[in-house]
Design a protein around this ligand. Structure first.
Ligand code: ASP
Ligand code: MG
Length: 530
């Protein structure tokens, strides 16, 4: 089982998490515990690193000192056995010394490599797992603290987003963990998020939010019966409870559904986190640490779920903070390879595409990207796709097209070059109208569920429901996964669309005899794309 940052945020939370572990253990289950960093520790470490990089070592040190004090007070409040308590304080002090030294190095050099970044960020999990390990020991449980690397997660050298080397990782995890579980009855307490490179055994991270991935990798290696991801929400909900008052916990969803849903406001998860579990068909349960009486959502394969999971719409999600870019024009978009060109431009800028659609006539391509990327994307598309001078914003598209047709290329040499490039890229037609539009006040709404698209009439119902609300749809994309229908509306109409769809497909808790959980009052993990 893995405990997320919010489940280990402070003394109270850690005591609660430890009591869950003890209960499992006392019931005879053998288990492995994976820990995230306490609360927002990783973010604080990141801040400290950023300060150090700017040479602001005093500010960095202050942040770190506060973290040290927090960790110490957690030790005081959670570890009752004085021996374990003192040992923990001493060990934690040593780690904070290491953090200070690393930050000093970074600040002296004013240089931060991805390697040193991972080194510093790794301390959050090292501290939390060590403390949790001692809290459990203090409760009389047999435990063993291990880093992800010590447990056996061995990776390539992509610092900041390491990828485990499957064979070696699985072999090492099995060799290191199975004897502890089977022979010694020990609970391994392992750091999430961090691992070691296969070759040089350097500390590396699996990328932000990587602890879920650590847990599923470990579970797959030891053939666990189940993975439990303990968090601060009741499970995956049929909608964001801040938008839809009677959003309901979904009992079961498939791996694919869960991946789609996590992108749209359900429990945020690294997309690859479910893969190891899915490969071995191990159920992943999402449960609320603070409401352990709630069963949560279990994520399973469609094979396992076949009798319990209905096909069709299961959830309505949405995502703000995005913008819509559309590129149109017969000469530009009709040309084969344009989509590739667009992808290249966005890749160069390191901007991900959240949604894309191309009209049948092929004279329009629409993209949804993160809102903050809009200015640089527009600029780059103008320059590299439309071959315009990105700084002459005042010039209208029409003027440019007319100028191009008239071959007004007699200006300076640079301008002549530009015209030449344009001519090269043109399909040869004389209608060279090309247009770039964007809207930055939009949101994606997604209707999610397996088998939905294969079920006749659902898409029609989706769009007529939205139309009945008088909401204009700016763009539609229907994934080939048959799991989601997404469309774009104005941000201000987002909630109305979500509420109407949730009602249309009767997804709410009121539709069932079950007790209505007070989900509205809870915090939800918001899928802010970071
Ligand atoms: N502590 C890391 C993070 O905040 C990893 C995790 O929580 O999964 O990104
Ligand atoms: Mg975290």
């Amino acid at each position: 089982m893995k405990f997320g940052g919010s489940s280990l945020a402070g003394s109270k939370e850690i005591v609660q998490s430890a009591s869950i572990i003890k209960r499992y253990r006392d019931s005879g289950a053998s288990l492995i515990v994976v820990c995230s960093a306490m609360g927002d520790t990783t973010d604080f470490l990141l801040k400290a690193v950023e300060h150090a990089k700017k040479g602001e070592i005093e500010v960095a040190k202050k942040t770190v000192a506060e973290m040290h004090a927090d960790h110490n007070s957690v030790i005081e409040n959670t570890i009752s056995n004085p021996l374990f308590r003192e040992e923990s304080k001493r060990w934690v002090a040593e780690r904070f010394d290491e953090i200070d030294k690393a930050l000093l190095g970074i600040s002296l050099l004013r240089d931060l490599s991805p390697r040193s970044m991972d080194f510093v960020l790794s301390f959050g999990e090292r501290l939390s797992a060590f403390i949790v390990c001692n809290v459990l020991a203090s409760l009389g449980l047999k435990t063993k603290y291990m880093t992800g690397g010590e447990a056996g997660i061995l990776t390539d050298e992509t610092f900041g987003a390491a990828e485990p080397v499957p064979k070696q990782t699985f072999d090492a995890l099995r060799a290191n963990l199975l004897p502890l579980l089977e022979k010694e009855g020990v609970i391994p307490v392992i750091t999430g998020y961090i691992a070691e490179t296969l070759d040089k055994r350097e500390i590396i991270t699996l990328g932000r939010g990587g602890s879920d991935y650590s847990a599923t990798l470990i579970a797959a290696a030891v053939d666990a019966d189940e993975v439990v991801l303990w968090t601060d929400v009741d499970g995956i909900l049929s909608a964001d409870p801040r938008i839809v008052k009677d959003a309901k916990i979904l009992d079961q969803v498939t791996y694919l559904e869960a991946m789609e849903m996590s992108a749209f406001g359900a429990k945020a998860m690294q997309p690859r986190a479910l893969e190891p579990a899915a490969n071995k068909d191990i159920p992943v349960r999402i449960r609320n640490t603070f409401r352990p009486e709630v069963g949560g959502t279990v994520i399973v394969s469609s094979k396992k779920a076949s009798n319990g999971i209905k096909n069709g719409v299961k959830a309505v999600g949405s995502l703000g903070g995005v913008g819509l870019v559309s590129i149109s024009g017969t000469s530009i978009v009709g040309r084969p390879g344009t989509a590739v060109k667009i992808f290249e431009i966005l890749k160069e800028l390191e901007v991900g595409i959240l949604m894309m659609s191309q009209s049948v006539s092929e004279n329009n391509v629409s993209l949804v990207i993160k809102r903050e990327a809009i200015p640089k994307v527009i600029k780059a598309l103008k320059k590299d796709l439309l071959l315009e001078d990105p700084d002459s914003e005042e010039r209208t598209q029409q003027q440019q097209a007319v100028a191009a047709v008239l071959g007004e290329a007699g200006g300076g040499g640079e301008r002549r070059e530009l015209m030449k490039k344009r001519a090269l890229f043109s399909s040869g037609s004389s209608s060279r109208f090309s247009k770039l539009d964007y809207e930055d006040d939009v949101a994606i709404v997604a209707v999610l569920g397996k088998g939905m698209i294969g079920t006749p009439g659902i898409a029609g119902r989706v769009f007529s429901t939205v139309a009945k609300q008088g909401i204009n749809i700016r763009m539609i994309a229907q994934g080939s996964s048959e799991i989601n229908i997404s469309f774009v509306v104005k941000e201000k109409e987002r909630s109305r669309a979500v509420i109407a769809l949730h009602e249309e497909f009767v997804l709410g808790s009121k539709s069932e005899a079950a007790a209505i959980p007070d989900v509205a009052a809870q915090q939800v993990v918001q899928a802010t794309h970071q």
